[in-house]
Structure formats: structure tokens, C-alpha cells
Ligand binder design. Sequence first.
Ligand SMILES: C[S@@+](CC[C@H](N)C(=O)[O-])C[C@H]1O[C@@H](n2cnc3c(N)ncnc32)[C@H](O)[C@@H]1O
Length: 252
Amino acid sequence: MKRYLIFLYGIASYVGFFVTFLYAIAFLGNLPGVPRTIDGPPELASGPALAIDLLLLTIFAVQHSLMARPAFKALWTQIIPVAAERSTYVLFSSLALTLLFYFWQPLGGDVWTLESRTGQWLMYAGFAFGWVLLLYSTFLINHFDLFGLRQVWLQLRGKAYTDLPFKTPGAYRLVRHPLYVGWFFAIWCTPQMSVTHMLFALVTAAYIVAAISFEERDLIDAHPEYRDYRHQVPKLLPRFRSARGQQAKDAV
Ligand SMILES: C[S@@+](CC[C@H](N)C(=O)[O-])C[C@H]1O[C@@H](n2cnc3c(N)ncnc32)[C@H](O)[C@@H]1O
């Protein structure tokens, strides 16, 4: 019975993630048909609105980073079943994001507005590319493990969990963090950058850069070969070498 409940919990948490993921696209892209998006008429004075937005971003950052640390997981799994740990992380992340979507306060004011149709379409293309890259990268690592489904499925079948191996498929050969590159595209590519959107993009970008150093420390502890990978593959910006440059390097 308990095994089925944990499995159902994992499925529910995954559905929650998926709905939050779709809402995040609509929220950041100011898509029609959803009750609240990142931009809109300000409801509060700038000071309180800014304080609320920063608080919402901090809640997400603290939840997301703290609950991902091995030391926190070791403590947390004394309270909740080990197999439900990742689903709980996913659930809490979705809740923190939902809180942000619901209470987000637009500040008003524009940073840039692209008038050219080509510029606008390039921004839309970058936005779409970001979300696709983000989702694609989860499948390169293991989508079902990242979102807790593999863990609850293995326990349902009475099988032991095995850690994911370190791997560098597809985009991981170009950069170490393609999923975060996807985030960068999703948060910065907009034809109309408002002050509110800029605040979101700046804080999120700073958070991603900080999160990378925590994540890489854990990765080196778990997979010592990550140290070499770190020297060979850039963090976020791919290096495109010319064929002649590569030949010269191979010859050395
Ligand atoms: C949300 S994913 C982000 C992955 C990566 N930072 C990126 O931007 O593509 C975080 C999880 O991926 C795992 N991870 C990151 N790089 C990995 C790799 N090359 N092989 C296996 N797991 C990896 C981390 O241990 C962490 O559990």
C-alpha cells in the first residue's frame, strides 16, 4: 500500500511540475489566456512591489538550492521516504514558483522595446529556443530521474535506486550547463524588456551563476572525472574552433 502511495505522490508531483512549467512559459512570455504574467499594470508603489518581488525570488532560490544539497537530503530523508525525496523537491520547487507567479508585482517602466519585426521575431525565436533547450537537456541527463519519477517507479517494483552516471551527451559536449543556457535564453529574450522583467532576469542570472558553483562542487565529490571535464568544456559559452585551429591542436 505504502509503495503505491509513494508512486501516486511521485506522479502527482510530476503533474504539478508540468503544469508549473507550462505556466512559467506563459508567465515570462506574457502569453494571453493566463490570469497573471510578469508584466502588467503596477498595483503597488515601487518600494513595496520591489520588496515583494525580491522576497519571492529569494524564497525560490533558498528552497531550490538548500533542498538540493546532499547534507540537507541526508537529514530530510530521516523524515520522508528516500524514494519520495526527489518528488518532494520537485513539489516544493513548483510551489515556490506558483507563489512567485501569484504574488508577483509589476513595477512599470520599459528598458527596451524592439520596433523592428525582425528583431521581435528573433527574440521570440530565442525565447522558444531557450525552453526547448531546457527541456531537451533534462532528457540528456535523465528527465525521469530529475523529476522524481524514476525513483518512485523503482521503489514500486521493489528495485534499489542506482545513482545516475556522469555523462556528457549532445549539448553537454559543447557546454557544461546547457539547461542553464536554456534558462538564459528564456529570461533574456523578449522584444519588450520591462523594469520588472529586467529585475527577474538579473536576479535569476545571478542565482544561476551562484548555483553552478554549488552544483559543480557536488558533482566533483560524486564524480572525480568532472574535474577534467571542467577543464575541457566551457561553462556556458561554447567555443567554436575553426577546422584549422582544431587540426593544429590535434597535432600537438
Ligand atoms: C537541473 S540539472 C542541471 C544540469 C546542468 N547544470 C545544466 O545546466 O545542464 C541538475 C542536476 O544535473 C546533474 N548533472 C549536471 N551535469 C551532469 C552531467 N554531466 N552528468 C550527470 N549529471 C549531471 C547534477 O548533479 C544535478 O543533480
